[in-house]
Design a protein around this ligand. Structure first.
Ligand code: C2E
Ligand code: MG
Ligand code: MG
Ligand code: MG
Length: 288
């Protein structure tokens, strides 16, 4: 733009652009290093049953940045995507989450920790990748986690119209005991009717519907229809973003299988999540 104006000077606007492009490149390099040097951390958010029993944990990645403080996925996933680092990130998370979860049975007793699932979000590594089955299998083998504790979360858009190769890769893992979850269900393009085509055992109802379930008649209707359909198709339902007791009790009333959200627990550092496991069922406040 500066050139077009013919001043030969760099305008303030393009200075800013250059600065942000530079800081983007800087962040990208730093993120690559952080992944390679094991400097990311995982927080674990409990997923509980209707009675508060901890059924699984979702691993959520954070980046303790030396200058910028603790960064959340919203801050750096776009950087990872831009830098083509999502696949590397996913591989790191798989390994780190399974390593942590593999210790729960020893620390918390086989009954408490042994059956607790570990859910990992995948966005760079997808079932269509030729190495998908091998990468997941190698993480399982290296950490010794039981196959039936593994949950892989994928967003709806990466699960529709899958080529048969992807479906076969998923089926191979399911055969060994892995479960797949559709994350943020309801935010993608597919309608309720397409639920049947989604190759996933678990449906995660997006926070957007959960937030209105006690106050908005149509959100309630969507949630109820979703749960009914999921059940008819042999899938289980997890509600995301449950923030208050009213939402929890309304959802329990329609038969949601599992619950995740700040009402029950925020995502916790590994050490604090272990304490939660030792305490047993999470306390559920009464409805209002
Ligand atoms: P998600 O998989 O849908 O994860 C749930 C998000 O909702 C998390 O945000 C969690 O902290 C937040 N959350 C949990 N309970 C509540 C609640 O009651 N209220 C509200 N308002 N929010 C709640 P987070 O950790 O910032 O992660 C955001 C997204 O980034 C995730 O959405 C997921 O898509 C992605 N992500 C997180 N960790 C990873 C990872 O390790 N790998 C990949 N590929 N993506 C990740
Ligand atoms: Mg998720
Ligand atoms: Mg989600
Ligand atoms: Mg989400």
């Amino acid at each position: 733009a500066a050139k077009a104006r013919g001043t030969g000077r760099v305008s303030i606007a393009s200075d800013k652009l250059i600065a942000s492009a530079n800081s983007q490149m800087l962040l990208e390099g730093q993120l690559r290093e952080a992944i390679m040097n094991d400097q990311l951390v995982l927080h674990y958010q409990p997923v509980v049953g209707p009675d508060g029993a901890v059924l699984s944990a979702e691993a959520l990645v954070r980046w303790p940045h030396p200058e910028r403080g603790l960064l959340y996925p919203g801050d750096f996933l776009p950087v990872a995507e831009q830098g083509d680092l999502l696949g590397e990130l996913d591989r790191w998370v798989l390994r780190a989450a399974f390593t942590e979860a593999a210790e729960w049975p020893q620390l918390c007793g086989a009954i408490l920790g042994g059956g607790v699932g570990i859910a990992v979000n995948l966005s760079g590594l997808v079932p269509g990748d030729p190495e998908f089955v091998d990468v997941v299998s190698a993480s399982v083998a290296a950490t010794g986690i039981a196959w039936d504790r593994v949950v892989l979360e994928l967003v709806e858009t990466s699960l529709i119209d899958l080529p048969s190769r992807s479906r076969e890769a998923m089926a191979e893992l399911v055969e060994r005991g892995v479960r797949f979850a559709v994350d943020d269900f309801g935010t993608g393009y597919s309608s309720l009717a397409r639920l049947k085509e989604l190759p996933a055992q678990i449906i995660k109802i997006d926070r957007r519907f959960v937030s209105g379930v006690a106050t908005d008649a149509s959100d309630f209707a969507v949630a109820r229809a979703l749960v009914d359909m999921a059940r008819a198709m042999g899938r289980s339902c997890v509600a995301e973003g449950v923030e208050n007791a009213t939402q929890f009790h309304v959802l329990r009333g329609v038969g949601v299988d599992a619950y995740q959200g700040w009402l029950l627990s925020k995502p916790l550092p590994a050490k604090e999540f272990r304490e939660i496991l030792k305490l047993g069922p999470v306390h559920i406040p009464r409805g209002t």
